[in-house]
Write a protein that binds this ligand. Structure first.
Ligand code: HGY
Ligand code: MN
Ligand code: MN
Length: 397
């Protein structure tokens, strides 16, 4: 499976993955998923929001045990964030068949569309739409950097955008959703364990800061006469770091766009995106309010107009204790239970269905980077753990 996935959407210059929603690379990932489903005799389904499903057993029977993750990536993402969960799901099913497991419940493997939000700016679009956490109107307004809207992109990829929207009947078929994911920090590695269970996802969100000044000549405009939005932006980046440190949170400006983007021109517009996350809502609110207040002061000082727009927000997710305890019972009560600052489709679905996550050790903690890595032995331990969990939840003992 890894051999087939490895070249898809891989950038030769960085070695990272650029698998953005509704692009050619995404289509290749989707074709791979469908082929994996069909080669195992699973029933392939595409849902109304572009999420892929591979079913063993009758979906209508209810109480299905569902596992899976996503195949899209951030810009220059690693090989494992997302795909490890999907590959492990198919491998776990293979393992269960080897064990001769008898399924008493339907099982499904999923690939949720557009988890990273790399193209349209909003993460987890496929699961948010299904769970009714993103309205169709808002989804239709999403645009990529070239101004292509989400429905246009879907249509160009050969999908029908008119069907998107809440899918409660589909979610009602699910008895439990378990997402396996490479860990995106070093918490597991520090415990010396290969596999862990998720406790919670930090509340997190994305805010767009538009600093508007005045374009002018870089050589002839006196410093005193400038309205340079880059200055306010730069000071705001430093404020974000300061506020995050004070609150024990994280805050990142990782994306920026500049107009007119000329070496010899003072910018007219600097647009920066703040990603901030914290263990609790109050700390996150403190950070974002602090950054915005500082940005307004810096903007005033330089004669800059500032707009701040919250583009997305995901509240804290505390994974349901009954399912979490069941996983701990299956895997051993000494299995580490960890929180994470990373978002997942599992976090979105947790508002609608009992949901749990497994993490696989990441020896460096690096993720959202071409350097992301997981060792084969750890990945195999993840497959074995997922197989045990699926067997415990979906098979007769
Ligand atoms: O955490 C994230 O940025 C994304 O949802 N994986
Ligand atoms: Mn990710
Ligand atoms: Mn992911």
């Amino acid at each position: 499976m890894w051999r087939d996935l490895a070249p898809i959407g891989r950038a030769a210059d960085s070695g990272g993955y650029r698998r953005y929603a509704w692009t050619a690379a995404d289509a290749d990932c989707r074709a791979w998923f469908k082929a994996q489903a069909e080669s195992r005799g699973l029933t392939y389904e595409l849902d109304r929001n572009g999420n892929q499903w591979a079913w063993l057993g009758d979906p209508a029977a209810g109480g299905a045990v569902v596992t899976g993750s996503h195949l899209d990536s951030v810009p220059d993402g690693g090989a494992f964030d997302g795909p490890l969960g999907v590959v492990s799901s198919f491998a776990a099913l293979d393992e269960l068949r080897r064990r001769g497991a008898e399924f008493t419940k339907p099982l499904a493997i999923t690939n949720f569309g557009d988890e990273e939000g790399a193209r349209f700016g909003l993460a987890c679009v496929g699961s948010r739409l299904a769970a009714g956490q993103l309205t169709v109107d808002k989804a239709y307004e999403l645009r990529d950097a070239d101004g292509i809207t989400l429905p246009q992109a879907m249509e160009r990829a050969g999908y029908d955008p008119t069907t998107i929207g809440p899918d409660p009947d589909r979610l009602a078929r699910i008895g439990a959703f378990v997402e396996l994911h490479v860990e995106q920090g070093r918490a597991l590695d520090l415990t010396g364990n290969r596999v862990g269970i998720a406790s919670a996802i930090w509340p997190h969100g994305r805010w767009r800061f538009d600093f508007r000044g005045e374009a002018n000549h870089a050589g002839t405009t006196r410093l005193a006469d400038r309205r340079d939005p880059m200055l306010s932006y730069a000071e705001t980046v430093l404020a974000a770091r300061r506020e995050a440190e004070l609150a024990g949170a994280v805050a990142t400006f990782g994306k920026i766009s500049v107009e007119p983007n000329g070496v010899n021109a003072i910018p007219s517009l600097v647009r920066g995106w703040l990603d901030s996350r914290a263990a609790d809502q109050q700390s996150l609110d403190t950070v974002v309010a602090g950054v915005e207040k500082a940005a307004r002061e810096y903007a005033d000082r330089h004669g800059i107009d500032l707009d701040v727009v919250r583009e997305s927000f995901t509240p804290v997710v505390e994974f349901e204790h009954t399912l979490r305890d069941e996983l701990a019972r299956i895997l051993g009560t000494d299995t580490p239970v960890l929180g994470t600052g990373a978002g997942h489709d599992a976090g979105i679905l947790s508002a609608s269905v009992p949901t749990a996550m497994l993490f696989v050790r990441n020896p460096t903690g690096v993720s959202h980077s071409p350097a992301e890595y997981a060792a084969e032995d750890d990945c195999l331990a993840g497959v074995a753990a997922l197989a045990d969990v699926l067997e415990g939840l979906a098979c007769s003992s």
